[in-house]
Ligand binder design. Structure first.
Ligand SMILES: Nc1ncnc2c1ncn2[C@@H]1O[C@H](COP(=O)(O)OP(=O)(O)OP(=O)(O)O)[C@@H](O)[C@H]1O
Ligand SMILES: [Mg+2]
Length: 207
């Protein structure tokens, strides 16, 4: 169903501190400069309901949550974001750039959290009414390097132990290796300009 849409749906994903938010902003600016209408979303979030769900997911004041509970909360947040923002924008031809998406739930709750990735991908398609990204760019860097970049208090997910985050990183790399037609891995340990160039090159191929 994704192919009947006028617009293009691009996801930037990867471990903590990889530069996702930095590069989402840069990509949107670059797309606009190139004459494309473009907008960004952050997942989970971007609508009033989705942002409320995000607060629950990241709240360090809450006790540990079962991985399945996390999956359904992320998917509920995403369902709302896709229905209210992403799909309407794609229908009128925008390029939508998302800061994280279903691939994050597969990496964190699947590869790192111990749930089977297959059913998480299926749930993602259900939550998003069959929508899947035209391209997912994985920004890859070592776990310690990512955490070294972060400032301020860690949220509930960031607070999980380093072994968990190493599994997250390996999960992203595994899904990208399995589906090279839909994923590209960019070395995010380099300066932001070099990372932006590689992202732009990959995105241009799907515009
Ligand atoms: N290529 C880079 N080299 C060095 N520092 C960078 C690079 N890209 C971003 N940063 C800096 O690293 C920090 C984290 O970047 P950013 O918030 O974009 O990452 P993120 O992947 O969105 O993180 P999070 O997982 O917390 O959402 C910021 O202070 C940002 O300015
Ligand atoms: Mg970010």
């Amino acid at each position: 169903m994704t192919d009947t849409l006028l617009g293009r749906f691009i996801v930037l994903d990867g471990p903590e501190g990889a530069g996702k938010t930095t590069q989402v902003d840069r990509l949107v600016r670059r797309l606009r400069k190139a004459g494309r209408q473009a907008t960004s979303v952050r997942d989970p979030g971007s609508t009033p309901v989705s942002e409320r769900i995000r607060e629950i997911l990241l709240d360090t004041g809450l006790p540990d949550m079962d991985a399945r509970t996390e999956v359904f909360l992320y998917m509920a947040s995403r369902a709302e974001m896709v229905a209210r923002i992403v799909r309407p924008a794609l229908e009128v031809g925008l390029v939508v750039v998302s800061d994280r998406f279903v691939s994050s739930t597969v990496a964190y709750q699947g590869y790192a959290g111990g749930l089977d990735p297959g059913p998480i991908w299926d749930l993602g398609r259900t939550a998003c009414g069959g929508l899947s990204p035209h391209l997912t760019v994985i920004l890859d860097l070592p776990v310690e390097a990512g955490f070294g970049r972060l400032r301020g208090e860690r949220d509930r997910i960031e607070s999980k132990d380093p072994a968990y985050h190493e599994k997250v990183r390996q999960g992203f790399l595994a899904m990208a290796a399995e589906r090279p037609e839909a994923f590209v891995v960019v070395d995010a340990a380099r300066p932001a300009d070099a990372v932006a160039e590689d992202i732009w090159e990959a995105v241009q191929r799907v515009l």
